[in-house]
Design a protein around this ligand. Structure first.
Ligand SMILES: Cc1cc2nc3c(=O)[nH]c(=O)nc-3n(C[C@H](O)[C@H](O)[C@H](O)COP(=O)(O)O)c2cc1C
Length: 233
């Protein structure tokens, strides 16, 4: 799809993107996010926003930036949301990856969804914990065979000698399974984490950069309820 901002700059023969970047500007023209529309339940608002993003997104609406902390610095990367309900939000990964080691040492994480088509951002902070083996098995067994081969042979986050090393490992496992006729089982080092939110913040881009920001904070006086707080953009 033609990017209107990109074509605007190329038409004017801009010397360098390094100088053009400061002038790159678009209006964020989202619908208002009122306290009434936000309601009292952040999960319900998330579900509505996710449904709209899934309809409109050119890419995966379920992609989010997962931030973790190690002892002295933050780390962030994109992962895919694969489930959500009252118990929290689920993604899958390698339990020996850097992110998993960081979560196991400190389960406090942050999630950032960016849904540019609707001028929306969602920030969540919460605590991550591993899901059950049975739940991970169910998801693993529903994935395409090729994805599972990659998951099994990849020592995620570790240095590897070459692309060829990975391809040969994948091919060798494929052949081994064809010969044995056995299905590929989920390895113990691959599975899901569920993040239980303790803070949600819905950001709606508005004209003139006067955006709407509504946070949901646990209501200390009543268990399992949230209070909303409007924040300055
Ligand atoms: C769109 C997209 C989706 C991704 N989804 C996942 C995912 O669901 N799980 C995962 O482990 N890595 C996923 N990745 C790769 C991660 O961003 C990251 O490179 C990898 O998990 C290693 O991170 P770590 O070394 O910090 O553990 C995805 C990357 C992108 C760009």
């Amino acid at each position: 799809m033609l990017n209107p901002i990109k074509s605007w700059f190329s038409k004017r023969d801009v010397q360098s993107w390094r100088t053009a970047v400061a002038a790159m500007r678009r209006e964020y023209t989202g619908e208002p996010l009122t306290e009434e529309a936000a309601g009292a339940n952040p999960l319900e608002l998330f579900e509505r926003w996710y449904a709209e993003a899934a309809e409109q997104s050119l890419f995966d609406a379920n992609a989010f930036v997962l931030s973790t902390v190690s002892e002295n610095r933050p780390h962030a990367r994109v992962v895919l949301l694969k489930g959500f309900d009252e118990r929290g939000l689920v993604f899958y990964t390698n339990y020996e990856s850097d992110k998993a080691r960081q979560i196991d040492a400190n389960p406090e994480v942050a999630l950032t969804f960016n849904w540019p088509e609707s001028f929306r951002q969602l920030r969540i902070e919460g605590t991550a914990s591993r899901i059950s083996g049975a739940e991970s098995d169910a998801y693993f067994n529903a994935r395409p065979a090729e994805s599972n081969l990659s998951a099994v042979i990849s020592p995620q986050s570790r240095p590897v000698e070459s692309r060829q090393w990975l391809e040969e490992k994948q091919e060798a496992l494929k052949t081994e399974l064809q010969v044995s006729g056995k299905p590929l089982e989920r390895p113990a080092n691959w599975g899901g984490y569920r993040i239980m939110p303790k803070y949600w913040e819905f950001w709606q881009g508005r004209t003139g950069r006067l955006h709407d920001r509504i946070a949901f904070i646990p209501d200390a006086s009543r268990p399992n309820t949230w209070k909303t707080q409007r924040l300055a953009p």
